[in-house]
Design a protein around this ligand. Structure first.
Ligand code: SAM
Length: 300
């Protein structure tokens, strides 16, 4: 059986809209291509800069983040994320997929560094580091630029755990939902642990940052229905006739949804609990909800 490519999903183009907050860098001309540099010293400034991207402060100031591994780097390049630096181990340079990533990075005007396993260990801060690592520009949109969406978005209030956030982004991608809205003070979606947990979905799922006030204003403007999940919810989540377009709002790991957030919801649902556990893990609860909301629209 031949499968045709699915129609292009316009929501994936959000960042490419004129006026979007972090538009991709313009395609550089071949004149900008740089030669591959070889670095051997652990004290090379480039090593220090890349290693510093493990720190939240450094990511916030530079607006860069690290993607580790050929798959993640290739996913990001495929989705047009602006690459600044690619670094790879000398011993993998002749592997065709690595050579292709190097070529694409150079064409995009990125700095390409060839190095030793030892230097990569230092940058990745772990033994058995990935052989290809890259620094990309962060992309996170403003909710006001989104307009009225079509489809499901997940709003996360104050999510704290980067593993939970990454897992949720991956699940949002898996069910074909349209993005994640980060409300308030949340963990950094570009922290290495969050990026790893997305397994590449970070590059396919639009992220939006918003204060609660931004969210309230956006809801008033677009009229998108918002459903919250709450341990005090009186409605069984399986009994709702889920609309094609809605926002699923999830509370944070420690204290759940605050009253001010509950006030923005058109309804509150609960996932029934039978045993002695108080609640489900945030990422698990989000997955259960998303698979129910999208159940009629998912097929093998
Ligand atoms: N102690 C917190 C509380 O009182 O809400 C538990 C928070 S729970 C770990 C994190 C989030 O997952 C909740 O805010 C809610 O959004 C969702 N959640 C977890 N279990 C749920 C359930 N059984 N029904 C509805 N939502 C649930």
């Amino acid at each position: 059986m031949t499968r045709r490519d699915p129609p292009r999903d316009a929501s994936r183009d959000l960042y490419r809209r004129p006026g979007a907050k972090h538009p991709p860098a313009a395609a550089p001309t071949p004149a900008l291509e740089r030669a591959v540099e070889t670095i051997t010293s652990l004290t090379n400034p480039a090593v220090k800069q890349l290693r510093a991207l493990h720190l939240k402060k450094e990511r916030a100031e530079s607006r860069l983040f690290l993607a580790e591994g050929l798959k993640l780097v290739t996913d990001a390049l495929d989705e047009g994320w602006p690459i600044r630096t690619l670094i790879h181990a000398s011993r993998v340079k002749d592997q065709p997929l690595v050579a292709r990533a190097v070529e694409r990075a150079r064409k995009a005007g990125a700095r390409v560094l060839e190095t030793s396993d030892e230097v990569l260990t230092k940058i990745c801060r772990r033994d058995n580091p990935q052989m290809v690592v890259a620094a990309f520009e962060q992309r996170i949109g403003r909710l006001a630029d989104l307009g009225r969406p079509e489809g499901v978005l997940v709003a996360l209030e104050g999510v704290k755990d980067p593993g939970n956030l990454g897992t949720i982004v991956r699940t949002v991608d898996s069910v074909g939902a349209k993005g994640v809205i980060l409300i308030g003070d949340t963990t950094d979606p570009f922290a290495l642990e969050a990026v790893r947990a997305t397994m590449g979905s970070l590059f396919h799922v639009p992220l939006f940052a918003a204060s609660l006030d931004d969210f309230v204003a956006w809801k008033a403007e677009t009229g998108v229905p918002v459903w919250g999940t709450h341990l005090k919810g009186a409605v069984d989540y399986r009994t709702v006739d889920w609309p094609e377009t809605c926002v699923l709002m999830m509370g944070n790991e420690q204290s759940g949804l605050p009253e001010a957030h509950v006030a923005t919801c058109d309804g509150l649902v609960k996932i029934p609990m039978a045993g002695r556990a108080d609640s489900l893990n945030l990422a698990i609860a989000t997955a259960v909800m998303l698979y129910e909301i999208r159940r009629a629209r998912l097929a093998l």
